[in-house]
Design a protein around this ligand. Sequence first.
Ligand SMILES: C[S@@+](CC[C@H](N)C(=O)[O-])C[C@H]1O[C@@H](n2cnc3c(N)ncnc32)[C@H](O)[C@@H]1O
Length: 291
Amino acid sequence: MVAGTLKAHIEDAVEVMQRTGAVMVPRGEAEVLAAHVFGVPVAELALDGEPDEESLARYRALVHRRSEGVPLGYLTGSASLSGVEVEVGPGVFVPLIVSEAVVAAGLGAIAELPAPLVVDLCAGSGAFALAVAHHAPGATVHAVEHDPDALAYARRNRARRAALGDRPVELHQGDVTLPATLAELNGTVDLVLSSPPYQPQEAAVPDEFGVHQPREAVFGGPDGLHVTRHVVEAAARLLRPGGTLVLEHGHQHGETVPALLRADGRFTDVSEHPDAYMGYPLYALARRAAP
Ligand SMILES: C[S@@+](CC[C@H](N)C(=O)[O-])C[C@H]1O[C@@H](n2cnc3c(N)ncnc32)[C@H](O)[C@@H]1O
């Protein structure tokens, strides 16, 4: 037995994470990692118990890797977005908690439609598409992703959600920069959601993003907007008149992305929205104008 309660070991882990500065919410993540090691929800951790040596060694190793910037989801193997858990790991982007606002805005836009048609461009693990399929059971949801490694996660996540009773999403290996991608849906889609890679390629980002996650999921060319411009183009052709685009972007793009949408000329009602935690610009919402 190793001396010290689990509570004390979690305090140590918080200190280690705080020292390296790699983790924004050290206490929450220290608890999540402990819950992962002991196979219980955070609320059921036996804080006053003394962990066995082997579990403690595993815990410390995970805390160490997290302090080096390895994403929490890569260590636990899962992440949750809008109440839907997805498998994640090396090779796929870990959904950001702030993106729940993007999904919520999309769900709000289709709330009155009994059978909406939805497209998730740059789908990664499929988190956006699967969250919409779960919360809008009448929706038909398509998701496009070009990276085969990411798509493999999305396929497994799709299968798991379908087994739990959600309508299966349609996964497409495709490049959102190509006009042929989902061309059969042109002019018919009610909602396009997208979180493309949006960091400028020279941006100094934490190792969690710049080192550990796939570059093509994080960086979007010199100004960060290379894929975003194509997503705007794709949304303009896919959406029906009155259909909605919800487009996540970097906090440095709170003016440029709405300006891009206004300059395009095919969108109306362009609005900009902050994230719910830090108040940074997070996503733009726009409606497809009538031709
Ligand atoms: C920031 S991640 C977002 C994934 C997911 N929506 C999420 O929030 O977890 C961006 C994704 O876009 C994909 N991607 C980048 N360029 C693409 C392209 N041209 N066509 C399709 N997918 C692309 C990347 O592989 C990555 O999975």
